[in-house]
Design a protein around this ligand. Structure first.
Ligand code: COA
Length: 263
């Protein structure tokens, strides 16, 4: 695992990978270095076999304040080619996160603005402080939530995405829950306990099963019905015969915990 990151921190706590955005002085805003570090970290995490769950969080007061507006100052003078390359790097970062085979919990410790909302949306489960604020505020800068849109629209659905893309409204936890952006809201001092509870749930399930759940969630919605029927039948047939499915079913009949179970 690469180390020496400047803008993020990686910590392996047992089988749980903690990815911590670490630019608290600018509320963990993205600059090109952070985008590239997150991209390569997730590319590496995705290949590992000693990780079962990922927790993504921010250092300090905020989760992520979106694009670093000071770094965006340089972008003002970029050519189209330079802008395109930069934006492709952001899209690639989201691609690596979205293709993580392990469940990712967003531990939203504070504001998630613009691209920060994108990071929230690409995670599998979102546990947020009840003080957190959210906004897709790109339109206020004359921009759009472009590279994050596949993930935000999927997560919020068309109705909510239309409202929040177009208004850029800053919302609190109640609306974020109603919009489907957040799964669970807790007081700030209960955040770690809530994350722990989810981690435990995830560690009691088959790791390959979880990875396949993520494949189903990614692939099935865009498949024609017939194709979905064939694909899903193949998936479950293989999993029933696989080591994990066999172990899980045997453990049930033998009234014991399966071999992947962790307390
Ligand atoms: N880019 C660069 N710097 C940022 C930033 C961003 N997106 N967001 C915050 N900062 C910097 C501030 O300029 C300030 O720097 P300073 O200490 O040199 O003055 C520092 O972070 C703290 O910001 P502050 O607003 O005082 O923090 P807060 O905790 O009260 O509020 C936010 C946090 C995230 C709610 C607030 O900073 C915010 O709304 N930021 C703008 C987010 C944004 O519009 N992003 C673009 C999305 S397209």
């Amino acid at each position: 695992m690469s180390s020496g990151y400047k803008t993020i921190k990686f910590e392996l706590r047992g089988k749980v990978a903690w990815v911590i955005l670490n630019r608290p002085e600018v509320r963990n805003a993205f600059n090109s270095e952070m985008i590239s570090e997150l991209s390569s970290l997730f590319a590496e995490i995705n290949e590992r076999d000693d990780i079962r769950v990922v927790v993504l969080t921010g250092e300090g007061k905020a989760f992520c304040a979106g694009a670093d507006l000071k770094w965006m100052g340089d972008v003002l003078n970029y050519s189209y080619e330079e802008n395109l390359e930069d934006s492709k790097n952001l899209a690639e970062m989201f691609y690596h996160i979205n293709n993580c085979p392990f469940p990712i919990i967003a531990r939203v410790n504070g504001a998630a603005i613009g691209g920060g909302c994108g990071l929230v949306a690409v995670c599998d489960m979102v546990i947020a402080s009840d003080k957190a604020q959210f906004s897709l505020s790109e339109v206020k800068l004359g921009l759009v939530p472009a590279c994050i849109s596949p993930y935000v629209i999927r997560r919020m659905g068309d109705k909510n995405a239309r409202e929040y893309f177009l208004t850029g409204e800053r919302i609190g936890i109640e609306k974020a829950l109603a919009a489907g952006l957040v799964n669970e809201a807790v007081a700030e001092d209960k955040l770690d306990a809530a994350v722990d509870r989810r981690v435990k749930q995830l560690l009691s399930s088959g790791p390959k099963a979880l990875a396949w759940c993520k494949q189903l969630l990614k692939n099935v919605p865009s498949m024609p019905e017939k194709e979905a029927g064939e694909y899903t039948a193949e998936v479950i047939a293989k999993l029933r015969m696989g080591d994990e499915g066999q172990e899980g079913m045997k453990a049930f009949f033998e009234k014991r915990k399966p071999n992947w179970y962790e307390e």
